[in-house]
Design a protein around this ligand. Structure first.
Ligand code: SF4
Length: 308
């Protein structure tokens, strides 16, 4: 029975052979952190501290790509590679610098897609124009844009320092220029339960994103949220709670939206909570099992006119 539009199904249907992301850290930083004198970013983020100033260092980028491709070929017999600039904000530089980095990374292997993770306030007309040139040259260009919640109160509380409106402006600019957009959400943020999550899901559904990534809230010891967690102020959803949130949210999303992720990867040593969670593959199975049990599927409650 169809349950949801998974990323693995999407990749198989497009490329007909094993396709994998090649994750490259090109040395980008986070504009949100650098704007704040005390270097505080989003409260759940552990990526503090300064980074080595190696933005776009070519030898390093080439090495990362070669290493990753060798590994993916040996381990998974990968035949198709997608360039993924995931670390921090992959549009956090002036357009000429961005062009130099993207061009170089793309020249290292026959990539089929360029995927960039960033913040809504790090997208503007000039950067979008640059991304459009790659799309016009036949590359599939994706931007992964963090929203996390459709509540301005939650965004403020989490120190995101952008509004829902800022997000929509960046989203629309990218879409108008032929860029595929994936939205990032976090379920279980402080003050958010089923009602708020469904509100966010319906809001996102109305935007009809090309992709969606959902993370469960986790608390890292090196994040600012850890002290609130120690005071007992915050509880993270357990695997079954998160599963129920995910099943509810998927019902509201259009079937065309590719579901790229349902849980986050938590670095073991730094993780304070949840300490016990399903593996990624087990979580996917649990979601599917629950959807079959409930006789539901992605899009069952999708109503394009729900939010106007
Ligand atoms: S979550 Fe992203 S935007 Fe927020 S502080 Fe961390 S790197 Fe910056």
């Amino acid at each position: 029975m169809y349950t949801f539009n998974s990323y693995s199904y999407y990749l198989k249907s497009i490329y007909k052979q094993p396709a994998y992301r090649v994750s490259v850290d090109a040395g980008f930083t986070c504009p949100h952190r650098s704007r704040n004198q005390n270097n505080t970013g989003c409260l759940y983020c552990a990526g503090g501290g300064s980074r080595a100033p190696y933005l776009g260092k070519e030898s390093d980028i080439r090495l990362q790509i070669r290493g990753a491709i060798d590994f993916l070929k040996k381990r998974y017999h990968a035949g198709v590679f997608l360039l993924y600039l995931q670390a921090f904000s992959g549009t956090n530089a002036e357009p000429p610098t961005l062009k130099r980095i993207y061009d170089f990374a793309l020249s290292c292997a026959p990539f089929k897609e360029l995927i960039i993770s960033t913040r809504p306030d790090c997208i503007d007309r000039e950067k979008t124009k640059l991304l459009k040139t790659y799309a016009e040259n036949g590359l599939k260009v994706w931007v992964e844009l963090g929203l996390q919640s459709a509540s301005d109160d939650t965004l403020w509380r989490m120190n995101r320092r952008h509004t829902v409106k800022d997000f929509v402006t960046a989203f629309n600019l990218l879409k108008k220029n032929g860029i595929y957009v994936t939205i990032h959400l976090i379920f279980g943020l402080p003050g958010e339960g089923e009602e708020e999550i469904i509100h966010t899901a319906r809001f996102v559904a109305d935007l009809k994103p090309d992709g969606l990534k959902i993370h469960n809230l986790h608390i890292l010891k090196s994040s600012p949220l850890y002290s609130e967690y120690l005071c007992g102020e915050i509880v993270t959803p357990c695997a079954l709670h998160h599963r129920d949130f995910v099943v509810k949210a998927l019902e509201y999303l259009p079937v065309e939206t590719v579901i790229m992720r349902l849980t986050c990867d938590s670095p073991g040593d730094d993780l304070a909570s949840p300490l016990s969670f399903f593996s990624k593959s087990r979580f996917y199975e649990e979601v599917k099992k629950e959807m079959i049990l409930q006789k539901t599927w992605q899009g069952k409650k999708y109503n394009p006119k729900a939010i106007m």
